[in-house]
Design a protein around this ligand. Structure first.
Ligand SMILES: *Cc1c(COP(=O)(O)O)cnc(C)c1O
Length: 363
């Protein structure tokens, strides 16, 4: 039976990306060797890294004052690394606390110096994006999480965030792990964008980091070599062995995005899937969305059943239909359907059909 992958992460990748990646593990190009057994300094892999960096810039319309890095340690290491590189010893980082990942970023900032939560939606289990906040005068940067994977909320309009950071003259830092490349963004208005690859880009193991070079070098801290963005910028993301398989597979995904029309086309595709699913969640008497409507994520749709005793039965019919990964995260409960770039409309339609059928039998 065909499986439809609704997992939140590691998550679905385009089928053609997976088969090309599998092929490269067997034999890469005309080298007669596997991608994972060649030098990262070979001209073949250097070309992969360069194309991955160049395509990132092309898709996001990034000018040359930005560096593109593929690092290890996941988005979780970026919580600390971004703070380390930007926070002065008498400064702070300003954070919009919109979920568990944002909270973890604040925690790291507080280990390094001072993480200042300017607004939080913790009071309602993070089911909305706070819109009212003031950035403190001592803030060295403003950190946001653009898509809250667990709670199904997304900052659908980034402009107010851009404007707030600009008004203070500080860089905007964004964790975009779960919505990177899902649609056009004003990328050149950010100071740092980072994303663990395994949600919308590639396999786990690589973290895409985009840095505007002129924001670095302003902190008085001594930064450990591997945690210093400048180290990796100076060596074109090859200071030490990069995660070659994850970088190559991410490159294949970016080629796939470009071939399918770029970020504008991804946005249209994602809106279509999200509309289909949210319309059914709102229409169906057995289901209820958990996120505030204006903040609903295009990537992760979270929903529950008012009659919670029916939830195990619904999960069972999903399993029988080949719909996998729809069980909700424990901190929200219910269901979460992750509908990243690679998810086909047909798979979302099948989920909707199963929801309708379930309502007929149990409504
Ligand atoms: C998954 C996720 C993370 C954690 O990523 P790792 O690469 O596992 O460290 C951080 N932020 C967001 C928004 C995520 O979805």
């Amino acid at each position: 039976m065909k499986k439809h992958n609704f997992f939140a992460g590691p998550a679905i990748l385009p089928a053609e990306v997976l088969s090309e990646a599998a092929q490269a593990v067997q034999s890469f190009g005309d080298m007669g060797l596997s991608l994972v057994e060649i030098s990262h300094r070979s001209k073949e892999f250097v070309a992969v890294m360069e194309e991955a960096q160049q395509l990132t810039k092309e898709l996001l319309h990034l000018p040359d004052d930005f560096a593109v890095l593929f690092l290890q340690g996941g988005a979780s290491l970026q919580f600390a690394m971004s703070a380390y590189n930007l926070m002065r010893s008498d400064g702070s980082g300003a954070y919009l606390e919109t979920g568990s990942w944002a909270k973890k970023a604040v925690k790291e900032a507080n280990i390094i110096g001072k993480g200042h939560v300017v607004a939080s939606s913790a009071d309602t289990n993070f089911n909305y994006i706070p819109k009212d906040f003031t950035l403190p005068d001592d803030a060295d940067y403003f950190h946001i999480t653009t898509n809250n994977t667990i709670y199904g909320t997304e900052i659908r309009d980034l402009q107010p965030m851009v404007d707030a950071a600009k008004a203070k003259g500080i860089p905007l830092v964004a964790d975009m792990s779960s919505d990177i490349f899902s649609g056009p963004i004003p990328a050149s208005d950010f100071g740092i964008i980072y994303a663990g690859a395994q949600k919308n880009l590639g396999p786990a193991g690589a973290t895409l980091v985009i840095v505007r070079k002129d924001i670095l070098g302003k902190t008085d801290r001594a930064i450990p070599t591997m945690l210093n963005y400048q180290t990796h910028i100076d060596k074109d993301s090859m200071f030490n062995t990069p995660p070659v398989f994850a970088v190559y597979t991410s490159l294949l995904t970016m080629r796939w995005i470009k071939k399918h029309g770029g970020l504008q086309a991804m946005q249209a595709r994602n809106e279509k899937k999200a509309d289909l699913l949210y319309n059914e969640i709102d229409r169906n008497s057995l289901f209820e969305g958990t996120a505030a409507k204006e903040d609903r994520s295009l990537m992760n749709a979270t929903f529950v059943m008012p009659k919670a005793e029916l939830e195990p039965a619904f999960l069972q019919v999903c399993t029988e239909a080949g719909l996998v990964g729809v069980k909700g995260h424990r901190s929200v409960g219910g269901f979460r359907a992750s509908i990243y770039n690679a998810m086909e409309l047909d798979s979302v339609q099948l989920l909707v059909d199963v929801m309708q059928d379930f309502e007929k039998k149990n409504g």
